[in-house]
Design a protein around this ligand. Structure first.
Ligand SMILES: Cc1cc2nc3c(=O)[nH]c(=O)nc-3n(C[C@H](O)[C@H](O)[C@H](O)COP(=O)(O)OP(=O)(O)OC[C@H]3O[C@@H](n4cnc5c(N)ncnc54)[C@H](O)[C@@H]3O)c2cc1C
Length: 283
């Protein structure tokens, strides 16, 4: 018979992971339990991270924010460190799933699932987030862009968990933007999404740009060439159109039941053009 274990501390967790090396971890269960119920993953012993307080909450360290991995999305939306300093992430979370999914689902689960459509991933890439991986032997940390290797593939090793995500706060005047296109507003897997962090000078010149797209490749696509096309010049529709043409070549979307590759490529460009509206809102 399969068991579900509910450790209350990291020490309990390490002991359980040692005793049951084939058990699967879960936090909210909104990805894993759905896969087990649908039969795409066979039933296993399960270890739930939900009751481990050391894996929950957000710590504001002044110039950076630590987000503990088993924090549910709805709690993240109550945290000033997220809503005030990381609005690009808050916007992605606010449109993820539905209220029920946001109450159960966690940021750590979203990262470890490593779906190309994971809505927090593009924001975490533009924030240059680092993931903290803990095991009984200690802690290591990696940039998220290295940790995620492909759809469903990460560098998590046996005996390790994702314990936290570390993000440096962007400049307070940076424009932070996230937009997702789906077939409806709630409970829609994104057809394409874009996260952007831009810094403009007082005269409207782009001083820094970090751009990432979700759902249009095996992992999040960042395009330095497109960002560089914007830097040093005023943010204008002409520059954005040039950058959009570059990124449309860089992405590699697939055709599936939700949308064709060509449609996704068109969305990618249009999402970038929308940054011109942001400039108006912030000027
Ligand atoms: C109806 C529905 C709608 C959804 N809508 C969206 C959406 O709009 N956008 C979106 O991005 N996702 C969506 N999802 C997917 C899902 O809700 C998210 O990916 C969520 O973040 C998963 O978090 P979780 O805690 O529930 O993960 P779990 O199911 O608990 O775990 C997922 C995977 O991550 C591993 N894992 C979890 N936490 C850790 C950890 N701390 N350390 C190591 N491994 C860990 C588990 O072993 C498992 O393999 C939806 C799901 C459903 C069912």
């Amino acid at each position: 018979m399969k068991q579900v274990l509910l450790p209350r501390s990291l020490n309990d967790l390490w002991a359980m992971m040692r005793d049951l090396p084939d058990a699967a971890l879960y936090a909210g269960g909104t990805d894993l339990l759905v896969k087990i119920r649908s039969g795409s993953i066979p039933p296993k012993d399960l270890i739930c991270l939900e009751r481990i307080e050391a894996l929950k909450g957000v710590v504001d360290h002044g110039d950076r924010v630590a987000i503990r991995a088993a924090t549910p999305f709805s709690q993240l939306l109550q945290e000033p460190a997220i809503t005030s300093h990381l609005p690009v992430l808050a916007k992605a979370i606010a449109c993820l799933g539905s209220p029920l999914i946001r109450n159960m689902g966690t940021i750590g689960g979203n990262i470890c699932t490593a779906s190309p459509a994971g809505d927090t991933l593009a924001p975490l890439y533009v924030l240059n987030a680092r993931v903290e991986l803990a095991s009984e032997a200690g802690v290591r940390s990696l940039p998220i862009s290295q940790f995620i290797q492909g759809p469903g593939q990460t560098l998590l090793e046996t005996g390790e968990i994702l314990s936290a995500i570390h993000v440096e706060k962007p400049h307070p005047e940076a424009i932070q933007h996230f937009e997702k296109v789906g077939r409806r507003n709630a409970l829609a897997c994104s057809l394409a999404s874009m996260a952007a962090i831009l810094r403009l000078s007082d005269g409207g010149i782009v001083m820094a740009a970090s751009l990432a797209w979700g759902s249009v490749g095996p992992t999040v696509i960042t395009c330095t060439e497109a960002a560089e096309r914007l830097i040093g010049l005023p943010l204008s529709m002409d520059r954005l159109t040039e950058a959009a043409a570059i990124v449309q070549k860089a992405v590699c979307p697939i055709t599936d039941i939700r949308a064709t590759a060509d449609y996704r490529r068109a969305i990618v460009g249009n999402l970038l053009l929308r940054l011109c509206d942001l400039k108006m809102e912030n000027s």
